[in-house]
Design a protein around this ligand. Structure first.
Ligand SMILES: Cc1cc2nc3c(=O)[nH]c(=O)nc-3n(C[C@H](O)[C@H](O)[C@H](O)COP(=O)(O)OP(=O)(O)OC[C@H]3O[C@@H](n4cnc5c(N)ncnc54)[C@H](O)[C@@H]3O)c2cc1C
Length: 388
């Protein structure tokens, strides 16, 4: 059976649905081809089931890409306020949790329901359980699926990144980019817990569950948020954020007590210079089990002023060399992807292959934690949808 459309969108996630809605509203006959048995599975699991759907403080600086300017145009033309207006039009209750992060009050299902309803009213055709076997391009694009063939002059790839294969992530978008001769920036896990080497695991990981507010830094970036010790390494928002900037075998630095002077008490000559006093000084700022453990591995070499200053300095720049990450199974996003040099920043269309568009996470644009990845999915989807 052959189906003909004005545009085919491969992948029914955040970016694909938004693109299809925008193009459908403009009168295009659009089909979304999704290999899973339902749309938007990642939307449903996102933000702990409540979907952190955007961030009020969305700036180009909140995104990583080999071309930091690329995302600017799409982000400026479809802003958090635009998406919030859509959410409000559907009467979906939401709230700001922290740092500009907006979440559904009830459930991410509200948001997916909104996108499905918008698809219906824009006349978008949805094909679920559609396993794509081959894509070719002659006079038109031809997408060969297991039991149907789809033709269209325009093809939009919105198949996402590699994170969380068990909810449907595939390398399809990258494979297709290679097929059409588009460059790829090596995909790697982002917003992902870090794994410590055996020595540091033995030192710290039986404290799993302990958390502290820190500043994590790497590669010239820093994030002040919570760090969490896990049974294999480090996680929590500060670590997830910095993981996107980390490349093996770089070190990361962690300020364990931002803004505090842990050893200030020793400025008083009457304070006894002992391990007990030092431990109790650390306990005032750090969780006691972690402070004690950290000090056990960073004892002052003596009790001189210089040695105490050295401990203070180390506590504000604890150097860790992670052994690796928890990988795509645990990563919230994929860094890297289709090279932005290949695409128009205004429309997301391939410069080499007219009619081929790439949007969403499969592109080399990755947001920080906090709703930025969905904002990129919406904005890049709309940018392409307006150009179809
Ligand atoms: C656990 C988790 C929680 C997250 N929470 C948040 C959050 O709260 N806020 C935020 O901003 N970001 C969050 N993210 C990131 C966010 O979900 C993604 O960045 C966003 O979904 C990317 O949208 P996309 O449309 O590009 O890709 P996806 O949403 O991944 O959609 C891609 C679609 O393509 C389909 N597909 C894949 N391969 C094929 C194929 N071969 N044929 C047909 N269809 C295919 C997939 O099934 C999927 O439906 C989270 C991610 C995870 C994993």
């Amino acid at each position: 059976m052959i189906h003909s459309f004005d545009a085919l969108v491969l992948g029914g996630g955040a970016a694909g649905l938004m693109c299809a809605i925008e193009a459908g509203k403009r009168g295009r006959r659009v089909a979304v081809l999704e290999h899973a048995d339902r749309l938007g599975k990642k939307i449903l699991v996102s933000g702990g089931g409540r979907c952190n759907f955007t961030n009020l403080h969305c700036q180009p600086d909140s995104f990583l890409s080999s071309n930091p300017h690329f995302a600017k145009s799409a982000l400026a033309r479809y802003t958090p306020a635009d998406f919030i207006a859509l959410v409000e039009k559907h009467g979906i209750p939401y709230h700001e949790k922290t740092l500009g992060q907006l979440f559904c009050d009830r459930s991410a299902r509200d948001l997916l329901g909104m996108l499905e309803e918008e698809c219906r009213s824009a006349g978008v055709s949805i094909f679920l359980n559609t396993k794509i076997r081959e894509v070719s391009r002659g006079a038109e694009f031809v997408v060969q699926a297991a039991n149907a063939e789809f033709h269209a002059p325009v093809l939009v790839i919105a198949t996402g990144g590699l994170s969380i294969p068990k909810i449907g992530a595939t390398a399809f978008g990258y494979d297709l980019a290679r097929q059409f001769g588009l460059k790829i920036r090596e995909p790697r896990p982002g917003l992902v817990p870090l794994v410590l080497d055996a020595e540091d695991r033995a030192r710290y990981c039986n404290l799993s569950g302990v958390s502290a507010e820190v500043i994590a830094s790497c590669d010239g970036r820093q994030f002040r948020e919570k760090m969490l010790i896990t049974h294999r390494g480090l996680s929590g928002p500060a670590i997830l954020q910095i993981s996107s900037y980390w490349n093996k075998p770089q070190q990361i630095h962690i300020d364990l007590a931002p803004g505090s002077n842990l050893t200030a008490i020793f400025g008083d000559p009457k304070t006894p210079r002992t391990s007990t006093t030092l431990r109790s000084a650390f306990r005032k700022t750090l969780p006691s089990r972690f402070g004690d453990r950290w000090l056990a591995h960073h004892e002052p070499r003596s009790w001189t002023k210089a040695a105490l200053a050295d401990v203070e300095q180390q506590a504000h720049a604890w150097a860790i060399t992670p052994a690796g990450t928890e990988g795509f199974e645990k990563a919230e996003v994929t860094c890297g992807g289709v090279d932005t040099d290949e695409l128009s920043a205004k429309t997301m269309e391939s410069r080499k292959v007219p009619g081929l568009f790439y949007i969403g996470e499969v592109v080399d644009v990755t947001g920080h934690l906090g709703g930025f990845n969905f904002q990129w999915a919406w904005a890049s989807g709309v940018a392409a949808g307006r150009a179809l």
